[in-house]
Structure formats: structure tokens, C-alpha cells
Design a protein around this ligand. Structure first.
Ligand code: ZN
Length: 301
């Protein structure tokens, strides 16, 4: 038996006709019905707000029959648009979540490699399609994350997406300027020693406002004491051979990279637990710089 590709029929109608159209769709045996509000332009050029788009997937013969019935029953007196299109063969959305056994089998090197590959998918627009609802359900009983990422607050750094990871895959610590303090070190110790994560990745980023604020010695409320955490990186950057101001993106990047190096050194010197785990090869502690302009990660030694 040859299976013809399924057809998607899309119908746009005034929301007052939605119930009648849906009734007809069920009569024709449509599956996977979705319906969402849309706005269009009316015959007088006005915006028509109260329209709805309904989509169903049907066998080709049924799709043709449906279009004919819509034409006969609705087109004469109601503003309605309907068309059919091929349903592309899409792989099912990923619904798996990392299990305890999978986490136990992972090595720090494998996690780093996976994150590099995930970033390659992210920056080429090939992120994994995920069924978040299923992942929420499956991850609820327990978590077995692969890594902890310490990131800046910046809204342009979507941490899970940057590594193409799903629900339950990552611990994420965020603070403006991605520095470590006692609380973040405690969080990292929990992530690795208690919850089994195999890597700590400290991620600075391009055009970081916190780094620029530290360079400019900004004074503002509680931000003043926050920025003091980034001052060691500014002090480390005095050898920069160029204009040392927040207006120079190369200098801002230089300080941001040094800021990651300071965080890595602090993790090792202030957490004997993490330092020992790293020495024994149970975890990897790495740094990276995220380029906002193209989504690329540069790893920092
Ligand atoms: Zn930032």
C-alpha cells in the first residue's frame, strides 16, 4: 500500500463561525486540530482582529472533500479562506530527559564535547525540537544534570539554548558579571558533589554591561558592591595594549575574559571540594566567552 503524504488544511474565518467550522471538521474525520487567533486586513484595508485560523491534518482525498464542503457550505455568504499544503515529515520532538544511569556514564570530556556540538547546532539554527510538556512531566521525579553553567544576567544569553540542552540537563547560576561568591560556590558544590554534574562552565559574554560598569567604576545602590567583584579582572587587564575604556570593545572583551579566569581561579582556590573533584578527573572546570553577534563560544584556557 502506498501512503500518500498527509495534507494540512488551514482555514481562516471570523471567530463567530469557528464552532460551525470545527463541527464540519470533526464530521470529515480530521485529526490534530489546532486553532489560534489571527489578525488580517479586511476588504476596506482595516485590521480585522476577530479572526481565527484552524488547522487540521487529513488524508489527501479527505482534504479535497473538506475543501469542497467548505466551498459549498461557507464560501457563499461568509468571509472565509481555506487552503491545503503538504505536511512535511518532521522527526518527533525530543521528549527524553537525562537519567541517573546516563549521568553516571558521562565523563567530563564527553559533556564538554556534547556542549560544543550543541553550540554548533545552536549557531547554525539546528537546535533540537523538544516536547517541553513531556520533559516537564518526565523530569519531575528527579534531576540528573550534566553540568552547571555560571552565566551573566544578560537577557541575550539563553543558557540552555546556547548548548542546545533541555529540561533537567543543566544547573544554571546567574549573576551580573558571572563572578563567584560563597553562595555560588555552595551551589556548584551541590551541583557536582551532591547532584552528580560533571562539568562547571563559567561563561562571560561580549558587550557585557557589568564589565563595562566595573571599568567605568559606576556607583549605584547595591550595584556598587556587586561591581567590586569584577574589579580584580580590571586590575589584571592593565597590560592591555590599547585604549582602556568601556567604549573599546576589544578592551571590554579582554576584561571579560580575565573575569572568567578570575572566577576559574576562585573556584579552585576557594572550594577544596571542587578542586579535589577536578584533580581526580570527576569534573572539568572550564571557561568560555559567548559572542552575542553570532552565538559562538570561544573557550578560555
Ligand atoms: Zn553581562
Amino acid at each position: 500500500m502506498i501512503l500518500l503524504p498527509m495534507k494540512r488544511v488551514s482555514i481562516i474565518c471570523a471567530s463567530t463561525f469557528e464552532a460551525r467550522v470545527i463541527e464540519l471538521l470533526y464530521e470529515t474525520g480530521a485529526q490534530g486540530l489546532t486553532s489560534f487567533p489571527v489578525r488580517g486586513i479586511g476588504s476596506q484595508g482595516e485590521i480585522e482582529a476577530a479572526s481565527v485560523q484552524i488547522e487540521v491534518i487529513l488524508q489527501p482525498a479527505k482534504a479535497e472533500e473538506l475543501l469542497q464542503r467548505l466551498r459549498r457550505d461557507f464560501f457563499a455568504d461568509h468571509a472565509l479562506v481555506a487552503y491545503e499544503s503538504d505536511v512535511q515529515d518532521e522527526p518527533p520532538a525530543e521528549s527524553h530527559v537525562t537519567t541517573a544511569e546516563e549521568q553516571a556514564r558521562l565523563t567530563p570530556d564527553a559533556v564538554l564535547q556534547e556542549f560544543k556540538e550543541g553550540n554548533r547546532r545552536f549557531r547554525s539554527g539546528q537546535v533540537t525540537r523538544r516536547n517541553h510538556r513531556e520533559q516537564v512531566r518526565k523530569s519531575a521525579p528527579g534531576q540528573f544534570p550534566k553540568a552547571m553553567v555560571l552565566s551573566c544576567l544578560d537577557s541575550r544569553v539563553p543558557v540552555e539554548d546556547v548548548f542546545d540542552q533541555g529540561i533537567g540537563d543543566l544547573f544554571v547560576g546567574r549573576v551580573a558579571g558571572n563572578f563567584v561568591n560563597t553562595d555560588l560556590l555552595g551551589s556548584m558544590e551541590f551541583a557536582c558533589k551532591v547532584a552528580g554534574a560533571k562539568m562547571i562552565l563559567v561563561m562571560g559574554h561580549q558587550h557585557c554591561g557589568a564589565i563595562r560598569g566595573a571599568i567605568d567604576d559606576v556607583k549605584l545602590g547595591n550595584l556598587t558592591s556587586l561591581l567590586a567583584n569584577i574589579k580584580p579582572a580590571v586590575a589584571l587587564s592593565q597590560d592591555f595594549p590599547g585604549e582602556k575604556t568601556s567604549a573599546n570593545p576589544l578592551y571590554v572583551k579582554h576584561v571579560a575574559e580575565n573575569n572568567v579566569r578570575v572566577a576559574l581561579a576562585n573556584i579552585r582556590s576557594k572550594s577544596p571540594i571542587l578542586q579535589e573533584m577536578a584533580e581526580e578527573g570527576q569534573i572539568k572546570i572550564v571557561g568560555a566567552f559567548y559572542r552575542l553577534t553570532d552565538g559562538t563560544l570561544e573557550f578560555i584556557e
